[in-house]
Every structure is written in structure tokens, then in C-alpha cells.
Write a protein of this length. Structure first.
Length: 144
């Protein structure tokens, strides 16, 4: 679990993807992260799960040597990315937050609710481009 500091940040899955692949938002996100101490941001095991599931699904489509080599190369790059980043656990405290949000009938995707639960349990803000959904979660701090 991260410290209970007021200035820690959890990257959502979309931002992890932007950091890995570049694209729209990369420059702004990397500039924002440069303003945060490396020990004060990370991501969640839920984001890792989402990306890993995507990789498993992708391997079902691999049908040539070239595609297989490319897929494994990109999977290795993803492993390096997550190995260099704090990955926050889904704990008893996070599960209590998740249960509270489900009982409150917060209507967002399950994975976003799980990410938010980990952030709430760690008193962290979520860095996301999905303010529409994360904004529905009571008590959650977030920024784009």
C-alpha cells in the first residue's frame, strides 16, 4: 500500500497505454508526471489485469511467425513498463471501498470502480481522461 500522503496519483489504464504507445495526450501526460516525484505515482493491479487480458485476447489472433514475434516483443515491452512502475494492490481496504460504492449504486464500469476503490483506499487521485465516469464516484479525487 502507498503512503497516506495527500499528493499521490494512480494512473488509469488508458494513461498506462498512452505512456507505453504514445499518441494523443502523451506530451501532456509526461509533462504532468515530470512534476510529480516518481515515488508519488503508480498504477493499480486492475490496470495491469485489463492490459494483460487484452494481450491474451490478442494471442488468439496470432497466426503467423511474424505476428507471433511482434506480439511477444510487445508483451515483453509491457512487462518492462509495469516492472518499472509501482503497481498498487487490491487490498481489504480497497475491497471495502468497492463494496461501499456498489451498495451506493455508483454506475460506472466495474474496472473503473475497482481502480477508484484502490485510489480511495490509498487516498490517491486518479490521473485519467475519463472524468465523466470517475467524476461519478463520491469522494474520489481525479484529474485529467
Amino acid at each position: 500500500m502507498m503512503s497516506k500522503s495527500l499528493d499521490i496519483y494512480a494512473l488509469d489504464t488508458d494513461h498506462c497505454t498512452v505512456l507505453q504507445r504514445g499518441g494523443d495526450g502523451y506530451n501532456g501526460l509526461t509533462a504532468r508526471l515530470r512534476a510529480i516525484a516518481p515515488d508519488d505515482y503508480g498504477t493499480t493491479i486492475v490496470s495491469y489485469e485489463e492490459q494483460f487480458k487484452g494481450w491474451l485476447d490478442r494471442f488468439h489472433l496470432v497466426n503467423t511467425s511474424a505476428l507471433r514475434i511482434e506480439a511477444y516483443t510487445q508483451l515483453q515491452e509491457s512487462l518492462r513498463f509495469y516492472s518499472g512502475l509501482a503497481v498498487w494492490e487490491y487490498t481489504t481496504e480497497a475491497d471495502a471501498e468497492y463494496t461501499r460504492l456498489v451498495k451506493a449504486k455508483v454506475r460506472v464500469r466495474t474496472k473503473d470502480l475497482l481502480i477508484a476503490s484502490i485510489a480511495l483506499a490509498n487516498n490517491a487521485s486518479v490521473l485519467t481522461r475519463n472524468a465523466r465516469d470517475f467524476g461519478k464516484i463520491p469522494g474520489l479525487k481525479f484529474e485529467d
